[in-house]
Structure formats: C-alpha cells, structure tokens
Design a protein around this ligand. Structure first.
Ligand code: SAJ
Length: 419
C-alpha cells in the first residue's frame, strides 16, 4: 500500500482520494480551497452523485484520509486539477504548472507522479517531466511519470470510477507498470498500458468522436425539419443497422469534457483539424438554432416571457458547466426576452433566472425543454397550462410525451421534427 498525495479535490480528485483510502492507501488530499478540503472530510460534495456520500463515509471511517493546503512527502503524487481553456480556446495549463511546482519540493527518488487532468498531447512530457527535471531529478531513473486520464461520466461517477477500463500512459515501461499497480488496487476494469502521449491523445479522441457524432445528429435534425420528416424516427431506424450508432440531436453540447477536449487537439494540429473545428462550430451554433425556432413559434421575441426547463447540461445531474441553456439565456436576453429557468437538480442561486416551477412558468409565452431530467417527464401539462399565457412548448430533447401534452391543448414542437 502506498502513501498517495492527491492534488486537486474536485470532481475527479475527491472521489479518487476517497476510493483509494477505502483500499488501504494513506491519502493526503490537497487543495488550495478550504471548501474542497472540507467537502472531502465532511462528506459534503456538490454536484450530487449517486453513491458518493456512502463512499466518502467509508473513506472517513477508514482513518486513512487527511487533508492539506499543500503537498507533503508521499510515494505517489496524483494531479487532478482542472484544465480550463482560455478565450482563444487554447488549454490553460496554469493549474498543472502550479501543481508541479508545489509537489517537486517533496519529491524523492523512487516516487511516481501521475497526471489525470485532460491535456493537449505532449503535456505530460513537456510540462510535468519538464518541472521534475528542472528540480534536479532524472525522469525515469529517479522519478516515474504517467498520464492516466479519468473516463467517468457525470451521473455515474462512482460506478464508472471502479468499473471502467483505463488507459495508462507511462513515460517509460517501468512508469506504466508502477501506475498500473495503483489503479489495480481499486479498478475492476481492464488496464491497458501505452506511452504517455498516446494516452493523452486517446482521451481527447474519445470525446471528439462523440462531439463529431453529435454534430452530425444536429445537422441531420436541422435538415430533417426542413424536409418535413422526423429525425428521431430516422435515427432509430438507421441505428438498427449493426454498424451504425448515430447520437442524439439537442440544444448543443455542454459539460467540461466534450465541449472542450476537441480544442486540445485543434491547438496542436497546425490548422489540419478542420473536421473537429466544424463539429465544434455546428454544436456551438445549436443555441442560436433554438432561438430561431422560438422566433418561428412566437414571432418577434422582444418582451416575451420564455421559460427554460433545465439548466444542467444533461439529464439528472446538477452540473451546468458549459451548458447550452446558458448560451440560450444569453441570446434571449440580447433579444429582450424575459427569461426564467426551472431546474430541480441545479443549486439555487446558480444564476438569477432560476426559480421554482410555478414561478418560472407563470405567464410564459413559450416553454423550452433544454434538459432531459426524468422529473420533466412527470410534469402535469394541465396544471402548467393553467399558469402559462400560451400553451406552446418546444422540446429540444425529444423527451416529453407529445400526445399527453397535445391532448390538453398544448402546441408541441420538437427539434428535428418537421411533421
Ligand atoms: N449529448 C447530445 N447528444 C448525444 C449525447 C450527448 O446532445 O447523443 C450532449 C449532452 O446533452 C451533453 C453533452 O452532449 O450536453 C455531453 O454529454 P455526455 O453524456 O455525452 O458526456 P459527458 O461530458 O457527461 O462525459 C464525457 C464522457 N465521454 C464519453 O462518453 C466518450 C465521459 O466518459 C468522460 O469521462 C467525460 O466526458 C470526460 O471527463 O471527458
């Protein structure tokens, strides 16, 4: 069992620290934020995740969990800090650089440094190994280094943390094997070893595959509406082909992974990643398409009351990072719309437009379903119909039961449906 210092107690670092503690490792959870450190020891994380409270309780009961503002001596250092992008859509590696500078004073010969944060290709070699060598160590001879991307899906985090297969990119063979040993202590999925830069690339192309596929579905939705067919029926039938798996259209791509990772390839591609850029562009334009459809339903939007059902970037989670709903709200405000939002999963006060269901829908000219939360399937169209001004709903997720709403007088419009 190892002494592991986990730097960054966010969405990935916090549960990883907890699970490693339950598997017999001694964990030092490091974060500059007092709240993040408290969340780990008090077991009070946000956003909500099934199974996370239980896992944190087990970690606390293990007695192997401690927190600190800065790294301490350990055998393994795991970097789980965010990699936001800058205004020019290039990765901001500032947190990784800071994490490396904070850990090198505590390094000793034989230690292992693992980077989990998603990064542009060659970052492990250039930034992490660079910082270690600058501190006077020889990477490979003195210190092992690996890149092991997280692959968990928000909403299934705890389950996928344990069960997913993992790709482990060693800077050399010994580094790959040492990192594999750490992951083998809590992963039941398969562990594949490759080199660090390939592992960085694998992480990015997984999410880019999804982004391109969603862009394809969004383009088909726009075309289908004009042709006068139902894209959802068409995709369902096409996906019956054994080698076809077209994703779903929607209001755009949110979250801090799929909407971001393709840019990390684009920035290293010397203008040769036109396909990835186009997919990003198509998906980023979907909020404008939603506004266009709202205009078709209502005419001039100025002064209209529009209610979004959903702020989270996808169903049944409380995470609104990069959510297309945020872009839709911004575009509506530019057009002078009075906008309100109801989301049962997102923390109150996240944006000023959030309100309870009845307040949010009161006097609405139009409702727009922006997130496929299960709770929206339970909405009572009759009750809501009595509160709104116009019984018009635009479903960007193909989620509500159209017949149920139409049977009580609602006009229902669905993205990609032209009939
Ligand atoms: N979306 C669509 N149509 C679809 C599927 C998704 O419009 O057919 C939208 C969703 O509504 C959401 C966005 O795309 O706004 C992204 O959602 P997602 O569920 O596809 O992905 P994430 O960002 O929650 O998680 C992804 C996962 N990657 C893959 O499935 C390849 C997860 O495994 C990664 O760990 C995560 O990114 C990450 O951290 O990179």
């Amino acid at each position: 069992m190892s002494k592991i210092c986990i730097i960054g107690l966010g969405y990935i670092g916090l549960p990883t620290a907890a699970i490693l503690a339950t598997r017999g490792h001694d964990i030092i959870g490091v974060d500059i934020s007092e709240k993040a450190r408290k969340d780990l020891v008090d077991g009070n994380p946000y956003p909500e995740e099934p199974g996370l409270y239980g896992l944190l309780e087990d970690a606390r009961n293990s007695g192997r969990l401690s927190v600190s503002e800065s790294p301490r001596t350990a055998d393994v250092f795991m970097i789980c800090v965010p990699t936001p992008f800058k205004a020019d859509k290039k990765a901001d590696l500032g947190y990784i650089v800071d994490a490396c500078s904070s850990l090198v004073p505590h390094l000793k010969k034989g230690d292992l440094v693992i980077l989990e944060s998603t990064v542009p290709p060659t970052t492990t070699r250039e930034v992490v190994c660079g910082a270690i060598e600058e501190a006077g160590f020889s990477v490979m001879e003195d210190v092992k280094v690996a890149f092991c991307p997280e692959r968990v899906m928000p909403g299934k985090l705890v389950k996928e943390l344990v069960e997913n297969d993992r790709v482990i990119g060693g800077i050399d063979e010994a580094s790959g094997l040492a990192a594999k040993e750490i992951y083998a202590s809590f992963c039941t999925g398969r562990l594949f070893i490759t080199d660090a830069t390939t592992a960085e690339f694998v992480k990015l192309i997984e999410n880019s595959f999804r982004d391109i596929n969603i862009a394809f579905a969004n383009e088909l939705a726009i075309v289908s509406k004009d042709i006068g067919i139902d894209i959802w029926e068409a995709i369902e039938l096409a996906n019956m082909h054994p080698r076809v798996n077209i994703h779903k259209p929607g209001p755009g791509v949110g979250g801090h992974c799929i909407a971001v990772d393709p840019y990390f390839i684009i920035e290293r591609a010397n203008g040769k990643a036109s396909f990835l850029s186009l997919a990003r562009e198509r998906n980023s334009q979907m909020p404008s398409y939603v506004i266009e459809q709202a205009e078709k339903l209502l005419g001039n939007l100025e002064g209209k009351n529009i209610t979004l059902l959903g702020l989270a970037y996808k169903g049944n989670i409380g995470d609104s990072r990069e959510s297309p709903a945020l872009d839709i709200i911004a575009l509506m405000k530019e057009r002078g719309v009075n906008c309100s939002v109801f989301d049962p999963h997102v923390e109150e006060g996240t944006i000023p437009e959030l309100a309870g269901l009845e307040d949010a829908v009161k006097d609405a000219d139009l409702l727009i379903i922006t997130t496929d939360h299960s709770a929206f399937g339970e909405l009572d169209p009759e009750h809501i119909g009595a509160l709104v001004k116009n019984k018009i709903i635009f479903d960007t997720r193909h989620f509500i039961d159209r017949d149920k709403w139409e049977s009580v007088g609602w006009k229902v419009s669905v993205i990609g449906v032209g009939k």
